[in-house]
Design a protein around this ligand. Structure first.
Ligand SMILES: [Mg+2]
Length: 194
């Protein structure tokens, strides 16, 4: 393989993309009602501040995540010299230990060229926009519709959306039911290996 072949950079969100959160099923109908009947959209995200809020937030994130369908495709992609994987999460800095524990438990931490967490506790959509543009990602896989919508027109990165039952009817052309389908599309577009 030629050394000059450009590297394809793939960014993957953590919560809802790499890690599947069963609470999403419970939350989904509430989100649906808020949007459908009240037109509520949130782009301000909750930032836990007090020690107690942070404790509860950390507990929710610690207990709620299973590996998403498609995680098995990561080793194969990471092994390619023309692919780099990045984990881009808006998880706040103090959640890093539990994030790393999860990645180690599932044997995927070393597959990422870099892991970008939200060290300065910025708003998630701003953190993600800055990060994907700074890295110059070719693809970014994200599950939060509000963030996908926010990124439109603000980046050259191809934003692939993982939808859920509440918002699957949105007419976004680049949408997938889970990580496996999105990575399958990415892999399909990679150059043939010699
Ligand atoms: Mg997410």
């Amino acid at each position: 393989m030629s050394k000059s072949r450009p590297v394809v950079k793939i960014g993957i969100d953590f919560d809802g993309v790499l890690a599947y959160n069963p609470f999403r099923i419970i939350r989904a109908p509430i989100t649906y009602v808020k949007r459908r009947f009240f037109g509520i959209r949130k782009l301000r995200f909750y930032v836990p501040n007090t020690p107690f809020e942070r404790f509860v937030w950390a507990l929710l994130h610690e207990s709620s995540v299973l590996p998403a369908r498609g995680i098995r495709l990561l080793p194969e992609l990471a092994a390619r010299p023309d692919v780099k994987l990045y984990l881009v999460t808006a998880r706040f800095g103090y959640l890093q230990p539990s994030l790393y524990r999860w990645l180690d438990r599932h044997g995927v931490r070393d597959l990422f060229a870099d892991i970008l967490i939200n060290r300065r506790d910025e708003q998630p959509h701003e953190h993600k926009l800055q990060t994907i543009n700074r890295l110059g990602l070719n693809y970014y896989i994200e599950d939060n519709w509000d963030i996908v919508e926010y990124l439109q027109g603000r980046t050259d990165t191809r934003v692939m959306w993982i939808y859920n039952i509440a918002d699957r009817h949105y007419g976004y052309p680049d949408k997938y039911p889970f990580l496996e389908a999105a990575l399958g599309e990415v892999r399909h577009n990679l150059p043939e290996r010699k």
